[in-house]
Design a binder for this molecule. Sequence first.
Ligand code: SF4
Ligand code: SF4
Length: 397
Amino acid sequence: MATRLDPNLKKEVKEYGIKDSDKCMQCGLCSAVCPLATTEESFPRKMIRLTQMGLRDKLIASPEPWLCYYCGECSDFCPRGAEPGETMMGLRRYLTAQYDWTGFSKRFYTSEKFEIFSIVGFALLIGLGFLLFAGDSPDMEKARLSTFVDAHVIEYLDLAMAAILSALLLSNVYRMAKFQMGDLIGKVPLSMYLGEVKELIVHFITQKRFSKCHDQRQWFIHLLIMTSYCSVFFMVVVLLSGLGGLLPAFQTDEVRSIIHPYNLIGYYATFGLLYGTTYAMIGRLRKNRPAYKHTHSTDWCFLILLWLTAFTGILINAFRSIGVDGLPLATYVIYVLHLMVAVPMLVFEVPFAKWSHLAFRPVTIVLTNVKKKYHENLKFNPSFAKQVENKSVGTGN
Ligand code: SF4
Ligand code: SF4
């Protein structure tokens, strides 16, 4: 395939927050100090080179931006102040927009006005929905959410949202896989992909590659936010309906014991989200770590929405539990505010922005392993090579 040079690429990636890569003189020090780069997956220098040369197709097919966790060590060592760590972050934004076939991600990342307008607009729509459709006789004596809003309606809307967001995210993951694997995507036997399922799960849950960076606190914060958020997601999306009646539903007027498993998950998630996001926001204000030196507007948006989701979640529980009857009006108002923050955060961040990275990273690690094993087998396993050859002859490839 002919390699296309695109003179506009450098300008285009700048829209995603890459500012200083022009200063790079390709000395390679950043790749040498990066604890995660290897001979086969060498970065960040190579990624800067692809961008400078306008090699768009190669850049879009590159797994490397997803193998970096933005510890910032490379930026600390760069003699030119070219901020290679931030370049990798900007490239992840750029790639997310390339995988997204709807074009939403591109607008979200490249226009602050669009970002704010979509979040505020969607939040207001949710608020309006409650004004128009919430129950007309909420219990004002005792805080009971079921009298304010029908739990079944919330449950159906929740499941519909989960289905739509999953479909969008998976389609973007598939596009990423196609870009990264190229012609190999159909050639690699299914058994090779299946052999990596365990790795996929382990990397998703532990984010263990990040632990190889020297600044382990960053890994801890990353893991804390990620596991807290996934617990909330699990409770809201899976347990809200009580797994179709198999378990008690998550949203209920019943006040559960403080050691009820749902409450324990809730404590962990609330603590993790509040601690992790507050830590990251303070770090970004102080710019006290290389990874916190540059903050894109979508980073603020992500952290603020997460923080508010956790905080309003605490307030709902506090208002409904105060005294014997709780504070009904305050509970209903804060419930609406909670959904006005939490739903846009899910809808925009899961398929189009930061939360999609949780899928792109482990899938990239798996695809990289699969590619490596495929080529090793071709080289050292004659029967495998024969099988591939026969298949190619059979399909005319
Ligand atoms: S980003 Fe900095 S350290 Fe890396 S190759 Fe360029 S000049 Fe060298
Ligand atoms: S930010 Fe860390 S992981 Fe990413 S390229 Fe730089 S040194 Fe490597």
